[in-house]
Write a protein that binds this ligand. Structure first.
Ligand SMILES: Cc1cc2nc3c(=O)[nH]c(=O)nc-3n(C[C@H](O)[C@H](O)[C@H](O)COP(=O)(O)OP(=O)(O)OC[C@H]3O[C@@H](n4cnc5c(N)ncnc54)[C@H](O)[C@@H]3O)c2cc1C
Length: 368
């Protein structure tokens, strides 16, 4: 390694790369980053910024809940631009079947130390007056919140002191990254944190793009009070392939309403698909009839990094000495970025891992 080379070179300065830089620097390592765009671009700029404890699996809950604890330490230090809004999540149940999911979720959260409150139809209407009449009830999780993730990523990178090199990495191994202009960057280890593009740089990484659409309205302060999600969302988020839309509406600190969300597996093209967008908007109107009266000012797309088992890839990449991965966070990488950074730093520095690492290690998906 050349004298003066950093201990760690992180490729990709989205939320995950930024959180890794923060934790590795705090662990005493010299960190550099390479980013082809601006810090906090990629899926980090596209996504909803909902910090949510999800219980789709034990490992999903463990990483998201642990990360929420880290966000609680970080957010008070972050600037206003991070737009932290402690709005909570309201999971909306359309019928009795979904009410049984409300009860299950309430039980699960209660058993794992997350406070939540079940609402009947009347309480739901009082909690969120713009929802249509006739819904069965819901579950409020007051500890969840919303941020503007690019600003958080920017703060993490700045405070980490990591040098950010602007450029596109064309090729990398465990010690070196080569930029498009021929520049060669060396480091003790290299972390591939390029989100949905990770497999383009490291052949065989089991990450595929899962495209999502979003739309944002003009400012209507008070229209929504909570992040609203239909209970069918988890089913759609964890569905293997094809296309799906689910109702997901978020109040922003600006008074805007951010609407999601769709999933298209294996689609990389960034263009807005009018059919998908109109299905998504129709779904939103089914839950929030008044949303149709609001002015939508922008629509865009982003790519989640999906893995075959739904868990991220955090740890060494088998077969390439010195190469580590921090990718594969699908629709939860803003929430789970701080826990990812901490776990990666624990593993690199040989500390006791903050969480059992097994469910997140890339080696779990490498056979033979
Ligand atoms: C529609 C949608 C909604 C979402 N909503 C939420 C939500 O509410 N809550 C939540 O927790 N998560 C959400 N997510 C998921 C979240 O946005 C991602 O999991 C997270 O942003 C992943 O961060 P990352 O740093 O791994 O990847 P990215 O943010 O994509 O960052 C990767 C970076 O690598 C850079 N890069 C790529 N290739 C190269 C290269 N060759 N050379 C140099 N740089 C390169 C890119 O420019 C980019 O800046 C959502 C995602 C989408 C798409």
């Amino acid at each position: 390694m050349t004298a003066g080379a950093p201990d760690v070179l992180i490729v990709g300065a989205g939320a995950v790369g930024a959180a890794c830089a923060w934790e590795l620097s705090r662990g005493g390592l010299r960190v550099s980053m390479v980013e082809e765009d601006v810090v906090g671009s990629g899926a980090t700029a596209a996504g909803m910024g909902h910090l949510v404890a999800l219980d789709g699996s034990e490992h999903e809950f463990a990483l998201s809940r642990f990360s929420q604890g880290l966000w609680a330490e970080l957010l008070p230090q972050m600037p206003r631009e991070v737009e932290h809004l402690q709005c909570g999540t309201l999971w909306v149940a359309a019928d009795d079947e979904e009410m049984s999911e409300v009860r299950r979720k309430h039980g699960y959260y209660g058993a794992h130390g997350v406070s939540s409150e079940m609402l009947d139809a009347k309480q739901l209407a009082a909690a969120e007056p713009e929802l249509r009449v006739g819904l069965a009830g819901g579950l409020v999780v007051p500890g969840d919140s919303v941020i503007y993730a690019p600003a958080a990523a920017q703060w993490l990178v700045e405070r980490s002191g990591a040098a950010v090199i602007r450029g596109r990495v064309e090729r990398l191994n465990g010690r070196t990254a080569w930029l498009g202009d021929g520049t060669r960057l060396e480091a003790g280890i290299v972390v591939n944190a390029t989100g949905a593009r990770a497999a383009k740089l490291t052949a065989g990484v089991p990450v595929t793009p899962r495209k999502g659409h979003l739309a944002i309205t003009d400012r209507y302060p008070g229209f929504l009070r909570h992040q609203l999600i239909e209970l069918g969302y988890m089913k759609s988020a964890h569905a293997g392939g094809g296309e799906s839309v689910a109702f997901n509406a978020q109040p922003r600190k600006t008074g805007q309403v951010l609407l999601g969300s769709s999933r298209q597996h294996g689609v990389e093209d960034a263009g807005v698909d009018r059919m998908i967008l109109s299905r998504m908007m129709k779904r939103a109107v089914e839950y929030l009839p008044g949303i149709g009266e609001l002015q939508v000012i922008r629509c865009w797309t982003g790519c989640r990094a999906a893995t075959p088992d739904g868990a991220p890839l955090i740890g060494p990449w088998p077969g390439e000495d010195g190469l580590w991965l921090a990718t594969g966070h699908e629709g939860l990488g803003i929430t789970t970025a701080p826990g990812t950074g901490r776990l990666l730093a624990d593993l690199i520095l040989g500390r006791t891992p903050c969480l059992p690492a097994g469910p997140y290690l890339p080696a779990r998906l490498c056979h033979g």
